[in-house]
Structures are given as structure tokens and as C-alpha cells.
Design a binder for this molecule. Structure first.
Ligand code: ZN
Length: 311
């Protein structure tokens, strides 16, 4: 069984830190992770530079990442304009976030659900004008799907309703994001089952989990049990969590790969090589904390990964 790890550090991690990583360091980071066997990386977000100066060079990062063989280059797009820029840069996959909590959506994107769905419709229309080989995969990312820091509980029925709306509009897939780190394993299983029951088995293959309350890997286990095959994570848990000092933001790629490989689930990632990529982050962002238990403790004696690496 093969699991896809989608590295989101260059987007989710970097957008959460004050430091700006130089373009050359981003390139080195992406190249080194790809060389370690990571096959999908979300390299940035097409947001206005004045909102997120850390990601102002996303078009250049996408152009560079595209030159790496066998790497799926993903980017976040907040709206139609962002999608146009992502297509022009040549992203292989684009994700439009739709916050299930409408209050969060208004605060974050300054758009109602109806307005975000309109953006999704316009993006689908744009993608349909492109030849198949230049058309990125389009994912609708349901953020705050497990709870919201402003609204509190987010009804599962609302998540399902918006997932259906995105699939009807023409997204290739939807993803569930625990933006706030509120999810628990029982809830993960329940929500995945509900969305699949409504939208079909193939509409949902990925989870974006945070480790705010230490349940990140437990939630991965729950996802695995209901057939999830793609997990987002961030090298060194870069970005941390502003609400919970000491906690990583995203789940830590190194710990996730260790757990999966130790369980016999192939990620295709070479752990010692992956651990060495941290040096690039440490050098480029000396003021930022890096997280992860596996990097601190080291690999167990006699550890045999599931992925067999040749050459
Ligand atoms: Zn996130």
C-alpha cells in the first residue's frame, strides 16, 4: 500500500512565520525534498504580495519546481485571479480554500460561501478552455471542516453540503482541512464517511491535519482506517501554532513518514535524506523553531522502512 505525502511547508509553513525565506533557499528546500522521494509539494500561494510577502515569489517557485522530474507542483489559489496566475505559472494542481465556517470565510477571504462558489465556477470555466496537458487538477479545500476558532462547532451537514456544491461545480476532488487543530479521530472517520457517501468514494482522498492539540498522527491513523491515501504535512512542522506555544502547526513530515514506514506503508521517501533537509531550513530561517520527535530521537536501531530505495 502506497501513501502520498504532500509537503505543504513552503506554503502553510512559510505563510505562518515572520521571516521571509529567500528564493534560492526555497528552491534548495524543494529540490532536496524531491531528491528524498517527496512527489508532491505545495510550493506557494497566489495571494497579493502585500498580504503575504513571504510568498510573493510563488510564480518563480512554481516555474522552478516544474523543472524537477516526477514532482507534482501544487499551489493554493484564494480566488479566480490567483487561479489565472497559477495556470500561467504552470502549477500541476491548484486548491481553492472554502471555509465551512462562513464567519471565518468572511474574515479570511472577505467572501461569503456563495461568492467563493462563484470563484470556483469561474475557475472551472477557465480550466475547461485549456488543453488537457496544461489543465491543473482542481481541488476544493474545505477549511475549518472540524471546528472554527470563531464559530466553534462546525456542523458535519454543512461540510457535506459544501463538498457536494464544489463537486457539482466541477472540482476534481475535495479535501478536508483541520485548520484549527480541533479534529479528533472519531470525527475524522465520521466526516470522511459522510462526504464520501454524498459525493462518491473518489471525491475525497486527502486530509490536511494540524497538530495543535497533539492529535495529528492519531487523526492520520483514523484517516488510514477509512481509506485516506494522501496526507498534507510540513517539514519540521514549520510555522508552529500561534495559539499553542510548543505545538507544531501542520503535522511534522518526518514523524509522519516514520510512522507510516514503520507500519509497512510505503511513502517512497528516504528518511535519512529527509531528515537532512532540515539543515536547509535551519540555515535559511535561523530564528524559526523546528519541531518533530523523530529528528530529535533519531531512527530506532535496526529500523527497516517499508519503502525500498535503490541507488
Ligand atoms: Zn494548514
Amino acid at each position: 500500500m502506497k501513501i502520498l505525502i504532500s509537503e505543504v511547508g513552503p506554503r502553510d509553513g512559510l505563510q505562518s512565520v515572520a521571516s521571509i525565506m529567500p528564493l534560492e533557499a526555497k528552491k534548495a528546500w524543494i529540490a532536496a525534498e524531491a531528491a528524498a522521494g517527496v512527489t508532491e509539494i505545495e510550493v506557494g500561494s497566489f495571494v497579493p504580495a502585500k498580504l503575504l510577502p513571504q510568498l510573493a515569489d510563488t510564480a518563480e517557485v512554481v516555474a522552478y519546481a516544474r523543472t524537477i522530474p516526477n514532482l507534482t507542483v501544487a499551489a493554493l489559489v484564494p480566488n479566480f485571479k490567483g487561479a489565472e496566475a497559477a495556470v500561467a505559472a504552470g502549477a500541476h494542481k491548484i486548491t481553492l480554500p472554502l471555509s465551512v465556517s462562513e464567519t471565518h470565510s468572511l474574515k479570511n477571504l472577505r467572501r461569503t460561501h456563495a461568492q467563493v462558489l462563484d470563484e470556483a465556477r469561474a475557475i472551472v470555466a477557465l480550466l475547461r478552455t485549456l488543453p488537457a496537458d496544461r489543465r491543473p487538477k482542481f481541488e476544493g479545500g474545505l477549511s475549518t471542516a472540524f471546528g472554527c476558532t470563531i464559530e466553534g462547532e462546525v456542523p458535519a451537514t454543512k461540510v457535506v453540503e459544501l463538498a457536494e456544491a464544489l463537486m457539482t461545480i466541477g472540482c476534481d476532488e475535495v479535501g478536508l482541512s483541520d485548520t484549527t487543530g480541533y479534529a479528533n479521530p472519531a470525527q475524522v472517520k465520521d466526516l470522511v464517511r459522510r462526504v464520501r457517501a454524498a459525493c462518491g468514494e473518489h471525491a475525497l482522498s486527502g486530509l490536511h491535519l494540524h497538530n495543535t492539540r497533539g492529535l495529528g498522527l492519531a487523526n492520520v491513523m483514523a484517516g488510514l482506517e477509512v481509506g485516506i491515501t494522501t496526507f498534507d504535512s510540513s517539514l519540521g512542522g514549520l510555522g508552529g501554532c500561534p495559539f499553542a506555544p510548543g505545538a507544531s502547526g501542520n503535522i511534522v513530515t518526518e514523524d509522519l513518514v516514520f510512522m507510516l514506514e514503520a507500519m509497512g506503508l510505503e511513502t517512497g521517501i528516504d528518511l535519512p535524506k529527509l531528515l537532512a533537509v532540515r539543515d536547509i531550513l535551519k540555515a535559511a530561517l535561523p530564528r524559526e523553531a523546528l519541531y518533530g520527535f523523530t529528528p530529535d530521537a533519531g531512527l530506532p536501531l535496526g529500523f527497516v522502512p517499508a519503502s525500498v530505495h535503490r541507488g
